[in-house]
Design a protein around this ligand. Structure first.
Ligand code: SF4
Length: 409
């Protein structure tokens, strides 16, 4: 896979050495067991896959290069480039301004833009309406477009099934930038509706079978369906695509559920189902699949707790937290700064969107075994900073450099 030029401050020599060694030993990515850093009283298990993905590195390279190559120009990011507060702050510190917040609220009006300005499209992509607005002001969006190719792959997949006459069901978080972009691109080609989860999918199924009156759909799914969506006609042939960072098992369950509803209602079997249900498989990206798979591998360890590092509005990070939480106590932190002391931690509850301080998160036992992973927009340097801070809480731990040297050989 292509390598990118990202600021060295985001890299970690330790993590790079570990990732390279694991890759050389397991090119086909079959071994999902974590990497053990054995400090004696502290045993850290690093997930087989974590951290920056292709799309994030690509976006960071383009954004920082754009800043370097355009001194004196006004440079805007359409919204957060990736969901990592530290990377976004770095860009702001270099003079980059954000035009919208992560929910699409306009911070700087498009009308203030001129043809000399640069607007960088984030890795999530953007809507056709925004692309049009930017073009109308003479902005060259192609030149500074960091839309991830794996997001574009989803758009292409939905276009393909749209061309065959299927409506599109998008499994995603309705307010997430990527889902808004995918909805926009899909809605231009086919009737489209967004579902957030299985609960909503079950309700959608009731409109397929007529169990719920059609007119209720327009209230229940307000803001989630394309213009002129006809619930009676447009749910007869469907295909499911997803926001690339959703939980793989959730998307599969949603697709399986809708397929079953259609099969039962229209009396179709495995051979005839394709007439009304497009086989999209899942449209998750490789990084989501790898990182979620690596968490499953990591969870086979008999650990005491898990620490997941990433931005609080990062969808893929919250899903890693969700997977860990099913098995053991899990702490969602942004960086080592949230590890206040060996006794207290600042944890983010991604479901309630609240933070809270917790005490005694490290058990009083020997050794303490901790699973560590991070989201696709979290720099490896931040993971190493967490490792170092945890190490500092164990005065009897083996020498840090000694353990690191074992990996750097
Ligand atoms: S998580 Fe996947 S789709 Fe999103 S930017 Fe990374 S590689 Fe692209």
């Amino acid at each position: 896979m292509k390598t990118f030029n990202v600021p060295v401050a985001y890299r970690s020599p330790l993590i790079t050495a570990i990732k390279q060694k694991r890759k050389q030993e397991d090119k086909m990515k079959k071994n999902l067991s974590p990497t053990l850093l054995d400090f004696g009283p502290l045993q850290l298990y690093l997930a087989r896959h974590f951290g920056f993905c292709y799309g994030v590195e690509n976006a960071i390279e383009i954004a920082f290069r754009t800043v370097d190559e355009n001194p004196g120009k006004r440079i805007f990011l359409l919204s957060e480039m990736i969901h990592n507060p530290f990377v976004n702050e770095d860009l702001k510190a270099r003079g980059v301004e954000f035009m919208m917040d992560t929910y699409g609220k306009q911070l700087i009006p498009f009308k203030s833009l001129g043809a000399d300005d640069i607007v960088i499209i984030p890795a999530f992509g953007t809507t056709l309406a925004i692309e049009k607005s930017l073009r109308e002001r003479g902005i060259q969006i192609e030149k500074y477009n960091t839309t991830c190719p794996f997001v574009e792959k989803v758009w292409n997949r939905s276009n393909q099934i749209a061309a065959k006459g299927y409506s599109i069901i998008v499994h995603g978080k309705p307010s997430h930038e990527e889902t808004r972009a995918t909805f926009s691109h899909s809605a231009a080609e086919a009737p489209t509706v967004v579902v957030n989860d299985m609960k909503e999918t079950i309700e959608l199924g009731k409109y397929i079978t007529g169990e719920k009156p059609a007119e209720d759909f327009y209230t229940e799914f307000r803001g989630r369906f394309s213009e002129e969506f006809n619930v009676t006609k447009d749910l007869q042939r469907i295909g499911v695509v997803n926001q690339t960072t959703m939980l793989a098992s959730d998307t599969q369950a949603i697709a399986d559920y809708l397929k079953q509803v259609i099969a039962t209602y229209y009396d179709l079997n495995d051979k005839t189902i394709s007439a009304r249900f497009a086989d999209t498989r899942d449209t998750l990206c490789y990084a989501t699949t790898d990182n979620q798979g690596a968490v499953s591998g990591m969870l086979e360890q008999n650990a005491d707790l898990a620490i997941v590092i990433g931005g609080r509005n990062s969808s893929n990070t919250s899903h890693l937290v969700e997977l860990c939480e099913e098995v053991l106590p899990t702490w969602f932190i942004r960086s080592e700064a949230d590890l206040f002391t060996a006794e207290t931690i600042l944890h983010f509850d991604w479901r309630r969107k609240t933070e809270s301080v917790h005490h005694n998160y490290l058990p009083a036992k020997y050794p303490v075994r901790i699973l560590i992973t991070s989201g696709a927009s979290c720099p490896d340097a931040m993971v190493e900073a967490v490792i170092k801070k945890l190490h500092s809480f164990f005065p009897d731990a083996r020498n840090y450099d000694e353990v690191i040297d074992e990996w750097s050989k």
